[in-house]
Design a protein around this ligand. Structure first.
Ligand code: PBG
Length: 356
């Protein structure tokens, strides 16, 4: 709309600055936009299953599926073509493959090792990250091994198991491993083990500030770790994941991971923990990742289904807020559709949707 002086009208307020001037048109808004979200900022978490298919829908995560290897490879090709630089692989193994120590996580023929080889063979330039934690593989659903009395997760024995898992993934060709277990000392121990085997170039994306969140529910359905805490006694994820009340402790965890050799630090969940992302951004020079988790994704879907919020606007806004808080990269189940939307968006780019 053209601006015309309205001579009949004198300003009611005498204002030296009117910030609305720069918000008047889409092109002005594009000029002063401070934060930009690109497909290259996004990492797609993917769920992998055994077998020939078909892919399985995950009820609590609309649009997300558990992928057999052939579908996984096809999905990775599509993501790469859309400009997504990285995927993070999670396994769902059958109940009968689980045991108390998560043996199915190990070895050259584990589901994830085969998945890494298949993806790297098909899309060699795509960065393949693997999740390092035992919860998809243990009968009790904990991220580590339980102590003999079942009352705690045994930190140091768990770290031994995580090292074996990380080495297996590195041998399969993973570009980065991402420990999500929250055991003490695992970053330094995995770094040393990778280096000792000559995997100096395999990166460590550390789930540094990972909180004991109620919003992981849909993920636990996706990987089948949902019965955690109900099987093997009083051990609780709160004994290793951070208390949502604790900001200083989160920074301490992250700076320890940095000192132990992490290449990238992560905050998880993302949207409810923007203060932690910002705090950490100001205290480290490492790249920062944030994980927009399953419950964050499910909430937006659920409210949009009820007609209470506009889906695409809220999706884009949720990601933009995480980037604005200071994350360099975002793990998000929205990765593919946001990259697709970026392809077809109008001349002012993706954020024209969120900023319109
Ligand atoms: C645990 C792990 C969790 C997620 C990924 N790895 C949380 C948990 O079950 O404690 C959650 C991811 C999500 O909710 O999207 N190793």
């Amino acid at each position: 709309m053209p601006t015309r002086p309205d001579s009949a009208r004198r300003p009611a307020l005498s204002l030296p600055r009117r910030l609305r001037r720069l918000r008047r048109t889409a092109s002005l808004r594009a000029l002063v936009e401070e934060t930009v979200l690109r497909p290259a900022d996004l990492i797609a978490p993917l769920f992998v299953i055994e077998g020939e298919g078909p892919a399985e829908e995950i009820a609590s995560m609309p649009g997300q599926r558990r992928l057999p290897l052939a579908d996984l490879v096809a999905e990775c090709r599509e993501l790469w073509a859309l400009g997504i630089p990285a995927v993070d692989l999670f396994a769902k193994v059958p109940e009968e493959a689980k045991d108390a120590v998560g043996s199915a996580a190990l070895g050259a023929d584990s589901l994830i090792a085969r998945a890494v080889r298949a993806v790297k063979a098909a899309v060699p330039e795509l960065t393949v990250i693997t999740d390092i934690a035992l919860d998809p593989y243990t009968t009790h659903g904990h991220d580590g091994l339980l102590t003999a009395d079942g009352c705690d997760v045994d930190n140091d024995r768990t770290v031994e198991q995580l090292i074996a898992m990380a080495l297996a993934h590195a041998r399969a060709g993973a570009d980065m491993v991402a420990p999500s277990d929250m055991m003490d000392g695992r970053i330094g121990a995995i770094r040393a083990a990778l280096d000792a085997e000559g995997f100096m170039q395999v990166g460590l994306l550390a789930y540094s500030a990972k909180f004991a969140s109620g919003f992981y529910g849909p993920f636990r359905e996706a990987v089948g770790s949902g019965k955690v805490g109900t099987v093997a006694g009083p051990a609780d994820k709160k004994s290793y994941q951070l208390n949502p009340a604790n900001r200083r402790e989160a920074i301490e965890e992250a700076l320890l991971d940095e000192a132990e050799g992490a290449d990238i630090l992560m905050v998880k969940p993302a949207g409810l923990y923007l203060d932690i992302i910002r705090d950490l951004r100001e205290r480290t020079r490492l790249p920062l990742a944030a994980y927009q988790i399953s419950g964050e994704y499910a909430q937006i879907h659920a409210a949009a289904r009820l007609g209470w919020i506009d889906y695409a606007t809220c999706r884009d806004e949720s990601l933009l807020a995480i980037k604005r808080a200071g994350a360099d990269m975002i793990l998000t189940y929205f990765a593919k559709e946001v990259a697709t939307a970026a392809r077809v968006s109008d001349r002012w780019g993706l954020l024209a949707t969120a900023g319109a």
